[in-house]
Design a protein. Structure first.
Length: 71
């Protein structure tokens, strides 16, 4: 069901992991852009029974491109 909701926003859920510690679950999600991810997050969150935290990750190629801009 959650994967179907994600798909409706063009977001792909690559993995869901149940964890110990501060967070109960971690999801690896791929989205075409931040707007699609935000729309999915708001749709998921409107039930009000959970909290989320987003962490933007960069690939090696993306980080290399970023670092070339700070020379």
């Amino acid at each position: 069901m959650l994967k179907d909701l994600a798909k409706s926003f063009g977001v792909i859920m690559k993995g869901i992991y149940w964890t110990l510690g501060q967070y109960d679950t971690v999801a690896i999600i791929d989205a075409p852009d931040e707007m699609a991810l935000t729309a999915f997050g708001l749709a998921f969150g409107k039930a009000g029974n959970h909290r989320t935290q987003t962490l933007r990750a960069f690939s090696q190629a993306e980080m290399d491109a970023i670092l070339t801009k700070i020379t």
